[in-house]
Design a protein around this ligand. Structure first.
Ligand SMILES: *[C@@H]1O[C@H](CO)[C@@H](O)[C@H](O)[C@H]1NC(C)=O
Ligand SMILES: *[C@@H]1O[C@H](CO)[C@@H](O)[C@H](O)[C@H]1NC(C)=O
Ligand SMILES: *[C@@H]1O[C@H](CO)[C@@H](O)[C@H](O)[C@H]1NC(C)=O
Ligand SMILES: *[C@@H]1O[C@H](CO)[C@@H](O)[C@H](O)[C@H]1NC(C)=O
Length: 384
């Protein structure tokens, strides 16, 4: 193989490994008959949840069927429950639907996964009926017999199947009125364990930036009350701007579920980020644990306060110290604290973090570079 061919192969490999997620919005956009359904998947944030899943079946309904649903005057949260019943946690292509063993099966839906569905109400019965018809029946509404398979829209075995069904699945439980999720950051941040951090946000005025980020999605890493207490002397040493930057550093302007944090390691921009490579930190999972690494300190997520798209709040065990405000211990040792600017108090020598973490981080990224270089070499050699 010629070098250019090897290079384009490499490029192709890189592209395919970075774009393996699907995009339900884009898939449905090709079919204007599903535009209302598609619109509501976006409005209810279900689209994001669908894109994050592997092995999934989306049962779309056309605009006429959707207008029956929207005419009911349900709240957006209730519509979300109804539509989540249309997303199966398993892969059903046309072939599999017509080959259901014993003619009938029951499948769990995303409504089941929300934990909002009592008992088995989050399940849908699939029946391979006479005459090649496939019928879908909500578990809590056995009398609904008018929902049948219409056609396959897209099949990517066994990642995502999008099919059209004839009607909306009418589940009394999913359609029951629900209370809207609490998106009031002010009250959410006052929940246990985050009070001290919340007080800092209000006294500094940084809370405003957090509040105005809610609509577009926000993730807050709130240091525990103990962590804030321990950090107080250092906090007091910061200028007003330094304090605000430090607080904004604990917010990320996108929603991140725990699953997303566990699976997407890498740099994360924060509300304090202005321009490239400023006030960011690295997310790194260690099995189920998630660590946040700045060049100065490594904090660990110790609990979830809220995780309800578009808002996620996690408790962390240490205050995140950005390198822009605090010297990394390695650097501090070299410079011996000389030339510190006024708002950059170096970390105490008694700190049990910093040194090792900074070294770890270097070692890790070095390891990664070596590993990818080896991979590239391997691939090139294999194909030349
Ligand atoms: C999915 O596709 C839509 C429409 O093409 C686009 O606006 C959106 O940003 C995409 N979402 C992701 C997560 O790529
Ligand atoms: C399904 O997803 C996996 C992993 O993301 C990917 O390797 C595979 O190519 C996908 N299959 C199809 C048909 O796209
Ligand atoms: C949010 O919660 C706070 C504290 O509980 C309350 O004072 C405020 O009125 C609420 N804001 C909205 C918009 O409901
Ligand atoms: C506060 O700043 C001063 C001067 O920069 C420094 O000597 C002192 O160690 C700092 N105190 C703390 C707790 O960081």
């Amino acid at each position: 193989m010629h070098p250019p061919a090897a290079i384009s192969l490499l490029l192709l490999l890189t592209i395919t490994t970075t774009t393996n997620g699907h995009n339900i919005t884009r898939i449905l956009q090709k079919n204007p008959e599903f535009s209302t359904f598609n619109h509501y998947l976006t409005l209810t944030h279900l689209a994001g949840e669908i894109n994050r899943r592997q092995t999934i079946t989306v049962c779309a309904v056309d605009n006429a069927a959707m207008s029956d649903l929207t005419a009911k005057g349900l709240s957006l949260e209730t519509i979300k429950n109804v539509l989540s019943l249309h997303v199966f946690a398993d892969y059903y292509g046309a072939k599999k639907l017509h080959e259901i063993t014993k003619g009938s099966t029951s499948t769990a839906t995303m409504y089941q996964a929300t934990g909002e569905a009592p008992g088995t109400t989050g399940f849908v019965h699939i029946t391979d009926a006479k005459g090649g018809k496939v019928r879908f029946t909500p578990e809590d509404n056995p009398s609904q017999t008018d929902v049948v398979f219409v056609k396959s829209v897209l099949e990517m075995p066994y990642n995502i199947s999008v099919i059209q069904i004839s009607q909306v699945l009418n589940s009394p439980e999913a359609m029951a009125p629900t209370s809207a999720p609490d998106l009031n950051l002010t009250s959410l941040l006052q929940r246990e364990g985050c009070k001290s951090f919340y007080n800092l946000l209000t006294t500094s005025g940084a809370i405003g930036t957090f509040l105005s980020s809610v609509d577009g999605g926000v993730t807050v890493f709130c240091p525990s009350d103990d962590a804030v207490k321990e950090f107080t002397p250092k906090y007091k040493n910061l200028t007003a701007e330094g304090k605000t930057a430090l607080l904004l550093y604990h917010g990320v302007p996108t929603y991140n579920s725990m699953g997303m944090l566990r699976s997407s390691n890498g740099l994360m921009n924060t509300l304090a980020t202005e321009g490239a490579n400023k006030y960011d930190f690295t997310v790194q999972n260690d099995g189920e644990d998630v660590k946040l690494k700045t060049k100065v300190v490594t904090a660990e997520i110790s609990g979830t306060v809220v995780d309800d798209e578009p808002v996620a709040i996690y408790r962390i065990d240490k205050v995140l110290m950005p390198r822009e405000l605090f010297k990394a211990t390695v650097a501090a040792k070299k410079g011996d604290g000389k030339g510190d600017d006024a708002e950059a108090p170096g970390p105490d020598s008694s700190d049990d973090y910093g040194d090792d973490d900074a070294a770890d981080q270097k070692a890790n990224s070095g390891g990664k570079v070596v590993a990818s270089a080896v991979m590239v070499l391997f691939v090139v050699v294999a194909f030349l």
